[in-house]
Design a protein around this ligand. Sequence first.
Ligand code: GAL
Ligand code: CA
Length: 346
Amino acid sequence: MKQKKLYLLCCIFLLLFQVSCSKKTTEKVIIVPEIKIGLTVYRKDDTFINMIVANIQEEGKEAEQQKNIKITMNIMDAKGSQTMQNEHIDKLIEQGCDVLCVNLVDRTVAATIIDKAKAANIPVIFFNREPVKEDLERWDKVYYVGAEASESGKLEGQIVIEQYHKNHAIDKNGDGKLQYVVLEGEQGHQDALLRTEYAVKTITEAGIQMDKLAGDTANWLRSQAETKMNQWLQIYDDKIELILCNNDDMALGAIDAYENIEKELPVVVGIDGTALAIEAMAQGKLAGTVKNDAEKQAELIFKLGYHLAMGEDVTKNMYLLREKYIFAQYSIVRLEEMTKEDEYKK
Ligand code: GAL
Ligand code: CA
């Protein structure tokens, strides 16, 4: 009897052992692959950067569902400090991320970051703030995703040309020239200089004469643009016929300055196509803006990051200019072409 009991116990034990083993094998089979994406941005409170980050997160969620994969994203905000960003990069490398997505604080210091990533064999995607060519050439696993600044300048110029042809009275003093001020982005940023240069060039090449009253940086910021505009209003007052802005937030800042003193607005143009800018266009305050495609850029950054993290050949999956660059296109925002859904997506 005792033996029988022992035999029964042994059988139960063997059965349990088998079940637990087979469980383990099935678990192994269904293990979900994981990729880790490390992301650092120059300032998370920058409107356009915030749009890109939100869209990258969306892309990650979608890919997790579609590809049955776990995606961990570690997003860090350098708050305008390159020192802090360097520390973040050290941390992300230490944590063993599979790919680094970097929106540099200072575009001139990419080399150190590339060398660190190379030593750890982690590919790097820079975005929005473009490092110089020499830096990008330091290693073949370094990429840049952005948009051509000159193109946005040309399109901004195109908006002004359209405004002028619609209504010659925007030349308020009727001297045949457009007296203008420029609110510039951060000094040294590829999007600041080139946007201004190409906007002015496009307008003058269309036969409209331009007369520059003033120009200065407001660092992409609404508040700084408002302060600058207040100063210019004191000096130039009604002489200002056009306000060219390197981005929408600064255009909104210029509008704030006019609204505070209830002054009639001249032609104000911006770039980015943010939700607030589109609202200002709908209200007739902003003459126009150029869409800086945050959704597309986020899609490209994510797709490239995904292929790199999976160790796949990116050139087989995506078109890369000189094996390094991917550019999204700009376009003029046309209210009449927008659906309600588009507006909500922003
Ligand atoms: C530009 C954008 C600006 C600002 C800047 C930050 O492309 O138009 O609004 O976000 O990037 O680097
Ligand atoms: Ca004039």
